[in-house]
Design a protein around this ligand. Structure first.
Ligand code: GLA
Length: 385
């Protein structure tokens, strides 16, 4: 049975009728990490793995939700004090609350949902969940909220109900994703541009290697990185009042405040300023069909994320080093870091030898195999037929 059929069967059993089916996607990000909350560029795309939910209004003021993956049923009301205990339900609750805060209507509904985006792998399963429900609630209540605001509903859900002060990238990618395209987003102006991305046509493949490492303190470490960046930006702003975000700053301006801020904040800011420029360089390279330059930038990002931003880990560094040793064109830790995946741009003929070597050598060193994901760049939030 397909995921959709399993959802529909459960929905009928639980609620005795049919609803509408919605879906949204996880994401990859080719380059531009930890730049979104600094007002810089990101370059993500939605993938063929995500969340699917069947939903129907139920004529009450309650939400009745069943997670197929957790095999768990939860009911909650729509007032602030009704916040459910279960982490997965809190995402749905948060989306309802954030919709209401924006003046949207949220009538009670029944839902069953499931996903095939790996959890905690840096592929934004939570953004896929938020976007699916933000999109569906908007449709079912005819709220007419635009797609950017739907993405922000997901982001605010993270901030206000899940404790992660994330940027807009993940929710943007899962709301705006388009098959075959990466999207360069300027996170300050919210201008964006679709870039057709077809590495196969140029003789390359994208492959993700999941270290299966999940960092316990990921969200507090993430929030700490964000605070360092804001601290560095505030110091620079004293000399250059137009600097709204760290991405507005030049490298030399950061140098001016070197002794005024903690060394740690300096290193974080150094990484971010370099990373913002790398996104533009990668887009230029891809427009020329120059995948090798794009790949080289990915290695630079990995170096920065590992040594300056310090969001890598031993397992990810190992995978990155192996990629370099085997002449893989590009490789880096993807997403927030602290575990999860590396994203690798690899020539077709090197794909199998690289994957085989990674599985073998990683398993030998760490005692468990990495997971291998081939991804297809796909559509984001949508209603299914
Ligand atoms: C997480 C956050 C995003 C972004 C990335 C790092 O995925 O949700 O907003 O900051 O980390 O680029």
């Amino acid at each position: 049975m397909s995921m959709k059929e399993r959802i529909q069967e459960k929905f009928r059993t639980l609620y005795g009728r049919d609803g509408d089916v919605f879906a949204s996607a996880g994401r990859i990000n080719l380059i531009g990490e930890h730049t979104d909350y600094n007002g810089g560029y990101v370059f993500p795309g939605a993938i063929d793995k995500g969340i699917m939910a069947e939903i129907a209004l139920n004529g009450t003021e309650k939400v009745r939700a069943f997670s197929l993956d957790y095999d768990e049923y939860v009911e909650f009301g729509l007032q602030e004090e009704d916040k459910p205990e279960q982490a997965w339900a809190r995402y749905i609750f948060g989306v309802c609350r954030e919709t209401i805060k924006r003046g949207g209507k949220v009538a009670g509904f029944d839902t069953v949902f499931a996903g095939d985006v790996p959890l905690g792998a840096g592929l934004s399963s939570s953004a896929a969940l938020e976007s699916t429900f933000a999109f569906a609630i908007n449709e079912l209540n005819a709220n007419g909220i635009d797609k950017f605001e739907l993405a922000k509903i997901g982001q605010s859900t993270e901030h206000n109900y899940c404790g992660v002060k994330c940027g807009i990238m993940d929710q943007f990618a899962s709301c705006f994703g388009k098959a075959g395209c990466l999207i360069r987003l300027n996170c300050k102006t919210l201008e964006y541009k679709y870039f057709p991305f077809n590495p196969e046509a140029a003789g390359y493949k994208l492959v993700l290697l999941d270290s299966c490492v999940k960092h316990e303190l990921a969200s507090s470490a993430y929030n700490k990185r964000r605070a360092s960046c804001e601290n560095a930006a505030a110091a620079i702003r004293k000399n250059h009042p137009d600097v709204e975000f760290l991405s507005d700053a030049k490298r030399v301006w950061l140098e001016e405040v070197r002794t005024e801020i903690p060394e740690e904040d300096f290193l974080r800011a150094e990484y971010v300023i370099g990373e913002v420029q790398r996104v533009l360089d990668v887009c230029d390279a891809l427009e020329r069909g120059d995948y090798e330059t794009a790949g080289e930038m990915m290695y630079q990002t990995h170096f920065g994320m590992s040594r300056l931003y310090e969001v890598s880990c031993e397992e990810l560094d190992f995978l990155n080093k192996l990629a370099r040793k085997m002449d893989v064109s590009g490789s880096r830790v993807m997403g927030g870091g602290f575990g999860g995946c590396t994203i690798n741009l690899v020539k077709k003929e090197l794909y199998q030898p690289f994957v085989d070597a990674a599985v073998e050598q990683f398993t030998e060193k760490f005692g468990h195999a990495p997971k291998v994901y081939d991804v297809v760049i796909s559509d984001g939030a949508r209603k299914l037929d």
